[in-house]
Design a protein around this ligand. Structure first.
Ligand SMILES: NC(=O)c1ccc[n+]([C@@H]2O[C@H](COP(=O)([O-])OP(=O)(O)OC[C@H]3O[C@@H](n4cnc5c(N)ncnc54)[C@H](O)[C@@H]3O)[C@@H](O)[C@H]2O)c1
Length: 265
């Protein structure tokens, strides 16, 4: 680890990073940012990632994060094609806006399977690879798990999503303690409203339920952030690159809120 006297680098040269859900949105921009910082990036998604991999000079693989067999195959791919793994970004996720009483058990389980079990499986299968190479880096190996401000504060009609993101928050803290001796750091990020396809889906759902226009709802979201505007994927990617880098060498088990001051109020 670093000596704590400053000067640690966000240069990720020599690292291998894996980003799930990287065909678009926060995952795609994070993959670009990690590659720009020098990492060899493996992008995975249930959707096609070949274009994304080619754009950043990385590697692409179809992967459903809910499938343990896919995780085993993905780790074998990382080992064979990239020599191992140093950074895992568990980003893939889905959103839904629905009252609890209208949510079917199948819908509940589907969301938990992607947003929580996907993170569990990713951590489980990546830790042995991360541990193998952790001593190479001042900041060790790094896992960054995607939570949300919805994993920290409650909200109507988001019980299923909030439960999944709250679980990721505590999974992260407990795992950070568990793997600290392996020199693996585990942190979570908690974005506010970010302009992505999922963001558009959320705006459409919130505006329908409030009987407002989508533009009015988007403006309302913007005003709810203390900084007065919605977030962009790059705002989140910057935080993830920091947590993945040696600059965050003494940071583990914590939550980085990237929400323009929304829940500080
Ligand atoms: N956009 C926001 O406002 C916001 C806020 C807080 C947290 N988040 C979280 O950030 C992450 C990324 O969100 P986004 O806004 O970029 O969403 P997005 O919908 O634009 O992208 C999500 C990606 O995950 C992929 N995915 C979905 N299910 C998958 C599965 N089973 N296996 C593999 N990949 C799968 C999708 O194909 C898609 O490419 C999510 O975990 C989301 O909950 C988003």
């Amino acid at each position: 680890m670093t000596d704590g006297n400053g000067g640690a680098s966000a240069d990720l040269s020599g690292r291998v990073a894996l980003v799930t859900g990287a065909s678009r949105g926060i995952g795609a921009v994070t993959a670009r940012a990690l590659a720009a910082a020098g990492a060899r990036v493996i992008v995975t998604d249930i959707a096609d990632v070949d274009g994304m991999a080619a754009e950043i000079g990385g590697l692409g693989l179809r992967q459903d994060v809910t499938s343990e067999a896919d995780w085993i195959e993905t780790m074998a791919f990382a080992r064979a094609e990239a020599g191992g793994l140093d950074i895992l970004v568990n980003n893939a996720g889905i959103f839904a806006l629905k009252p609890l009483v209208d949510t079917s058990l199948e819908e509940w389980r589907h969301m938990q399977s992607i947003n929580v079990e996907g993170v569990f499986l990713g951590c489980k299968h990546a830790i042995p690879l991360l541990a193998e190479r952790a001593s190479r880096w001042a900041g060790g190996g790094a896992i960054v798990n995607m939570s949300s401000i919805a994993g920290m504060v409650g909200g109507a009609n988001t019980v299923c999503y909030g439960t999944s993101k709250g679980a990721v928050r505590l999974l992260t803290k407990s795992l950070a303690i568990e793997v600290a001796s392996l020199r693996i750091r585990v942190n979570s990020v908690h974005p506010g409203f970010i302009e992505t396809a999922m963001g558009d889906q959320a705006i459409a759902a919130f505006s329908r339920s409030a009987d407002m226009s989508e533009q009015d709802m988007r403006d309302q979201f913007a005003r709810a952030h203390a900084l007065g505007h919605n977030g962009q994927p790059g705002h989140v990617a910057d935080g993830i690159v920091f947590l993945a880098s040696d600059r965050a060498a003494f940071i583990t088990g914590t939550e980085l809120v990237i929400d323009g001051g929304m829940i500080a109020q």
